[in-house]
Design a binder for this molecule. Structure first.
Ligand code: ADP
Length: 446
């Protein structure tokens, strides 16, 4: 049985079930047909005896029969016996041996020479002390013959029925398994082509559609995960190349030309700065990849944005003369406070980084009907219109040659990613030479 496919097993099982049901129906038919034929013969016999009794009368001491009276009708013989059980009228069948066991109003089986008879007796009284027995009798139905007939028909029909049942079962199983075939074909195709963009896409709400949805969900996650991994590898190798090259050439130069302690200290400091940059880059890339993959689980809680901004600025030790906070109380969102802090920190850091000398940053927390808003505004260098779209891309920097204080171009990408993970977004309003305002829009806590 193990080497049969599920389809064959189910077809066999369904056919066997149909065969069992057919045999049960056949047995039931046998039982019903024999009892029905006996009881209908008995009913007919008792009707005839009753009817004939109503057609007999006594006139001047003699029995008188109505015209419609008949001694033999539809296989039923009627006999008339005197009160003392002597045959008065009617012709008994040749092989019916007389039984003096008269029972008024009952129908019963009386075994005779070689056949059994069904007998119905009715006593018809005439006055106080006279009367006659009316006996109706017919041959008992031959149950053995009926059973043999039914069995004969059954054995002719049964093989045809079995064949049809097997065919029907096969078709039903085949049709039911069609979606499963589609699932396994698509999964194999995805596996062989190593292309995770394929989807099964079964419609409906049955078990197979749910299985297909589960597979599609899994492919979706796997695809995202592989893409993020690919992106991480290419970003990391691309971006780490520069600081590594700087460190390498600085070391080579130092080996050959650094002579004084001052020169060596400068080289070490520079190497240190590049190493810090690499470590920041790796951290940011890891954060972005986790958010991309959805593996960085948001620990959602109620967050009061005003308090979040105050404690963030306190922790970071920003210059309070250059940072102005105005926070409306009670602006709550549901979010991950660590990620939201990271988002606001990126915007504030940029505000200072791209500010003019002693320029300021203003943080405003407020809300409207259905949104919580955090505005981070600066009076810095501003952003030209042609860069306003591009600055959100990975590694995009308007001026990558800012030297040591240049960033790595991942800050705003991460800002947008965190906002989206919270069901929000960030807008930008900026004028070159005047300043920029980034506004974070988040859904208010429900
Ligand atoms: P990074 O700051 O590391 O370069 P970001 O993704 O944070 O990367 O920013 C991308 C670019 O957008 C920056 O290189 C900068 O040119 C521009 N930018 C971001 N914030 C501001 C700002 N407040 N004022 C002017 N330019 C900005």
């Amino acid at each position: 049985m193990k080497r049969f496919s599920v389809k064959s097993k189910l077809t066999l099982l369904l056919t066997a079930l149909a065969a069992v049901v057919a045999i049960l129906i056949f047995s039931l038919l046998l039982f019903i047909s024999s009892s029905v034929s006996v009881s209908s013969s008995m009913a007919a016999l008792s009707d005839t005896a009753r009817k004939n009794a109503s057609l007999i009368s006594m006139e001047n001491g003699k029995l008188a029969f109505d015209d419609s009276f008949s001694f033999y009708h539809h296989g039923i013989t009627t006999l008339i016996y005197s009160k003392s059980k002597a045959l008065v009228a009617g012709q008994p069948p040749v092989n019916f041996s007389f039984s003096d066991d008269f029972q008024n109003g009952t129908v019963r089986t009386v075994p005779s020479d070689d056949t059994s008879y069904l007998v119905a007796d009715i006593y018809l009284p005439f006055g106080w002390d006279d009367g006659v027995w009316i006996r109706a009798l017919s041959e008992a139905p031959d149950n053995g013959r009926i059973a043999a007939d039914i069995t004969f028909v059954f054995f002719i029909i049964f093989p045809v029925f079995l064949l049809l049942a097997a065919l029907g079962s096969y078709l039903i199983v085949k049709l039911s398994f069609r979606p499963l075939d589609k699932i396994s074909r698509t999964v194999s195709a995805i596996n062989e082509a190593k292309d995770l963009s394929g989807r099964i896409g079964l419609k409906g709400n049955d078990e197979f559609s749910r299985l297909s949805d589960a597979f599609d969900g899994m492919f979706e996650r796997l695809e995202r995960s592989f893409d993020a991994e690919k992106q991480f590898t290419s970003d990391a190798s691309h971006e780490l190349r520069t600081p590594v090259a700087v460190i390498k050439s600085a070391c080579e130069y130092a080996e050959k030309f650094d002579e004084t302690a001052e020169e060596r200290r400068e080289t070490i400091e520079m190497t240190h700065r590049q190493a810090n940059k690499m470590s920041e880059l790796i951290n940011q890339l890891l954060n972005i990849t986790r958010l991309d993959q959805g593996t960085e689980k948001l620990s959602i809680a109620d967050v009061e944005l005003g308090s979040l901004v105050h404690s963030l600025c306190c922790e970071q030790g920003y210059d309070i003369n250059r940072l102005h906070i105005q926070a409306q109380e009670g602006v709550f969102v549901s979010g991950d406070s660590m990620l939201l802090s990271r988002l606001i920190k990126n915007l504030v850091d940029n505000g200072f980084k791209y500010g003019k000398e002693s320029s300021c940053v203003w943080i405003t927390v407020y809300k409207n009907e259905d949104e919580a808003l955090v505005s981070v505004r600066d009076d810095g260098i501003g952003i030209a219109d042609e860069y306003k779209e591009k600055i959100w891309q990975r590694f995009y920097q308007v001026d990558a040659s800012r030297g040591e204080d240049s960033g790595i171009g991942l800050g705003l990408f991460m800002v947008q990613q965190i906002a989206r993970a919270h069901g929000g977004y960030v807008t930008l309003d900026s004028t070159l030479g005047i300043g920029s305002e980034f506004i974070l829009h988040l859904p208010l806590r429900k």
